[in-house]
Design a protein around this ligand. Structure first.
Ligand code: 13P
Ligand code: SF4
Length: 360
């Protein structure tokens, strides 16, 4: 876990931002961003704070203030070990909540009052309890993109970076049926990779009650999914890939596993945001289509000028985009918005997180 360092003068910060972002952010804005970044980094020292920045953060923020940048898994690991008095989480609410769960004695701040996520909002604790009633004794895994009350009801957490490893771990432990929540597509993609059959319980239209899914006869390994979707990755279609390949026959297509199984099947590689970044960085050159939040393409492009990044920039995450460098400054200055997790829920959800972290 290596900490990122920044210059402490406005001119040096401006030069650094210009070197990385001249093609992405107008010069006049870069100068203002440099001033804000220097103030954020000064306050960080004064208040003994650290900033964690998800890979989807806007380029100026991403390149000027986070002590650590990465995907959900990496940032969860960093937050668990953080010694600072304050952790500012530049990401969405469920990520900040995870940091508070793993490191409850620190003050955790989210620079946005909302910071939602369509996956996290697709399920609640009562839904998981209803599923467990339908499938008594079946092991439960939840994608980290959910709130603490959902994690508290589950046995394991996973991220897009280790979903396959977590499921393989459970199969090794002789589980033949696994409840995997709440992302319909991540579940389907993971089921395919691990040789499981995916089914989805549906709600009775009249009563609203959950009904167990019909399982294909003879299916040895069954995954029970949920119909949550990422509103961003759901927008990518197989046609997007076909169109890109027609225009750029040499393009390498990378997809986040929150994309539909049809999209993932056509892509050259699927992985978490950091796994996609590493894939591109390990190549010396080339042209890449990233099927994920658009800011990440800018963040990779600025560090890897010899790679050409094609991205579909009508697809933005409205929740991640709520957080700007200016909000981060306000967050540190006013110590807002403080993330709290009910202690009973925290104690139960940390077990599921710890089991994931132990898998590696
Ligand atoms: P990663 O863990 O891959 O960074 O994904 C988080 C996320 O919200 C993707 O939409
Ligand atoms: Fe949630 Fe999708 Fe945004 Fe990620 S990109 S935070 S999964 S809505």
């Amino acid at each position: 876990m290596s900490v990122i360092t920044y210059p402490d003068t406005v001119s040096a910060t401006y030069e650094r931002l210009k070197e990385r972002l001249a093609d992405v952010v107008p010069d006049v804005e870069l100068r203002m961003k440099a001033e804000t970044a220097v103030e954020v980094n000064r306050l960080k020292k004064e208040k003994n704070a650290i900033i964690l920045g998800h890979n989807y953060m806007e380029p100026a923020l991403f390149h000027s203030v986070p002590d650590y940048t990465g995907d959900s898994l990496y940032l969860a690991r960093v937050s668990a070990k953080a010694q600072a008095d304050i952790i500012v989480f530049c990401g969405v609410r469920f990520m900040a909540e995870t940091a508070k769960t793993l490191n409850p004695t620190r003050k955790v701040l989210l620079p946005s009052a909302k910071g939602g996520c369509s996956l996290a909002e697709s399920i609640n604790g009562a839904d998981v309890r209803a599923l467990k009633k339908l499938y008594p004794g079946v092991v439960t895994v939840t994608y980290i993109n959910c709130y603490a009350e959902v994690k508290a009801e589950c046995d394991y957490v996973c991220t897009s970076g280790n979903a396959e490893a977590v499921v393989k771990h459970l199969l090794k432990e002789e589980h033949r049926k696994i409840i995997f929540l709440p992302d319909e597509y991540l579940a389907a993609n993971t089921a395919r990779e691990t040789g499981m059959t995916i089914v989805y319980p549906e709600r009775d239209a009249a009563t609203g009650e959950l009904r167990p899914a019909k399982e294909p006869p003879g299916a040895a390994l069954v995954m029970i999914g949920w119909r949550g979707r990422c509103e961003v990755h759901d927008k990518f279609t197989p046609q997007d890939i076909t169109n890109a390949r027609k225009q750029f026959p040499d393009v390498t297509v990378l997809a986040h596993p929150e994309c539909s199984p049809e999209v993932v099947a056509l892509a050259d590689y699927a992985g978490s945001t950091t796994q996609m970044i590493k894939y591109v960085e390990n190549m010396k050159s080339g042209r890449y289509l990233l099927l994920t939040e658009c800011s990440m393409g800018d963040n990779i492009a600025s560090k890897n000028p010899q790679r050409e990044m094609i991205r579909l920039c009508s697809v933005r995450c409205p929740h991640m985009n709520e957080i700007t460098l200016e909000d981060t400054l306000a967050s540190l200055k006013n110590e807002q918005y403080v993330i709290e997790v009910d202690e009973g829920i925290r104690k139960r959800s940390i077990q599921a997180l710890d089991r994931m972290l132990a898998i590696g």
